[in-house]
Write a protein that binds this ligand. Structure first.
Ligand SMILES: Cc1ncc(COP(=O)(O)O)c(C=O)c1O
Length: 412
């Protein structure tokens, strides 16, 4: 049996809550933008609200569909890359999947083997290091710290490289911090990878939700696919920036056709093809100007909500702080008392029990490879009124219950 670590973020949400029969009144543990309905989407990007969105799919024979995914969908995905970063990506170099989870899984499962070594940006989404570990790959965590604004150190990357390093895995923008890897650092990563013939795999599921950096900023990170290096892979989906996790559509893209071919083969074992109905709806959403309209809406919402969270943090600066996120509707907040970190799991447990607020405990869900004591992940992409109510409940907790949350000893 493959030994695979518990997937902590989902475990916390499902088992930890269910086992206590607790009602979540204020869910601030999500990492996506406000989910939209199909009716909402009919009004995004154009004024024609009477489009019969389903009519073309009603008469379509529901066979498996094209082996790499719907051609219309793949050309819309390709257009998103060319609009954003002037990347020309033939549709044959794009492979659809049900969500970025499966895209990531296929990349890692198809391209890595037990003799390989990978370097994974850290902290990050657990899947990106636990899947390689489960298939016997040697994993080095490329750690970043809050004190460095979660920036990655290229000298450290050089030190981590071994003769069998096969892949550098990054997540840009990053879960849980909302930090970005700047254009200059991406260039450095690609330079080093090219010198050693290492593949760079970037999970870009939070692109293009950049709420706090302008595309004209010199640090603005383009997609990894724009760096002029063939051995790069990007995965993404409609779940986060596009706020449509229920569609379960994601993709793998690479300029290297051999990489895509290997993933196509692995995909045949796991799913054959993605749902044609989902792909049809995804094509509708990713058609310009709808895709741009949706991102603009979600960015405006994230900016408005971020300012609420920032005010909350400013008002409570004696007990909490963060590095203000740049992209993705999420951030990593550290809670302390008299300068000492509180027990984040205990904080989240009591907060949920007493105020119905759900946050993600940092040490439990993102590992303890760096000192994540006192950290919680907060998602701010949802409805503004709900976020306000959640922050109010959190404020109530800080006033009445926080003094009794135990501190973590052995950390500073
Ligand atoms: C970095 C990252 N990658 C991938 C995923 C999975 O996304 P999807 O819903 O597209 O499967 C998540 C979900 O939280 C994520 O945070």
């Amino acid at each position: 049996m493959v030994k695979i670590e518990l997937f902590e973020v989902d475990h916390v949400r499902v088992h930890w809550i269910l086992s206590r029969s607790l009602a979540v009144k204020h869910n601030l543990a999500h990492s996506y933008c406000l989910p939209r309905s199909i009716s909402d989407l009919q009004q995004v990007g154009d004024s024609n609200t009477s489009i019969e969105i389903f009519s073309p799919i009603l008469s379509k024979a529901l066979d498996y569909g094209p082996m790499k995914g719907s051609e219309t969908l793949r050309s819309n995905i390709s257009r998103c890359y060319s609009t954003e970063s002037s990347i020309h990506l033939p549709i044959d170099n794009i492979l659809t999947t049900p969500g970025a989870s499966l895209a990531n899984f296929l990349v890692l499962f198809a391209l890595l083997g037990a003799d390989d070594h990978v370097i994974v940006q850290y902290p990050t989404y657990q899947q990106l290091y636990s899947i390689p570990t489960s298939i016997g790959v040697d994993v080095s965590l490329w750690k970043s710290k809050k004190s460095d604004d979660w920036k990655l150190d290229l000298d450290e990357l050089r030190r981590l490289i071994r003769s069998n390093t096969k892949m550098i895995i990054i997540n840009n923008p990053q879960n849980p911090t909302g930090a970005i890897i700047s254009k200059q650092t991406l260039e450095g990563i690609v330079r080093i990878a090219r010198e050693h013939s290492i593949t760079v795999f970037s999970d870009e599921v939070y692109r293009p939700l950049f709420h706090s950096i302008s595309p004209t900023d010199p640090e603005f990170p383009p997609s990894i696919l724009s760096m002029g290096y063939e051995n790069t892979i990007a995965t993404s989906s409609l779940s986060k920036a596009y706020s449509l996790a229920g569609l379960r559509i994601g993709w793998i893209a690479s300029h290297n056709s051999e990489i895509i071919d290997v993933c196509v083969n692995a995909r045949s074992y796991a799913l054959i093809t993605a749902s044609q109905v989902d792909e049809y709806l995804a094509s509708f959403i990713l058609s310009p100007p709808r895709a741009l309209g949706l991102i603009e809406m979600n960015c405006t919402l994230a900016q408005r909500n971020l300012s609420l969270v920032q005010s909350f943090i400013d008002e409570n600066s004696s007990v909490c702080e963060w590095v203000k996120p740049v992209g993705g509707p999420l951030g990593f907040i550290r809670f302390t008392r008299s300068g000492k970190p509180v027990d984040d799991l205990e904080l989240c447990t009591r907060l949920l029990e007493r105020r119905g607020v759900l946050l993600v405990p940092g040490r439990k869900c993102f590992g303890d490879g760096v000192n994540f004591s006192g950290y919680v992940r907060l998602g701010f992409g949802g409805d503004t009124n709900e976020l306000e109510a959640g922050l109010k409940a959190l404020q109530g907790f800080l006033q009445n219950d926080y003094a009794n949350v135990p501190l973590l000893t052995g950390y500073d």
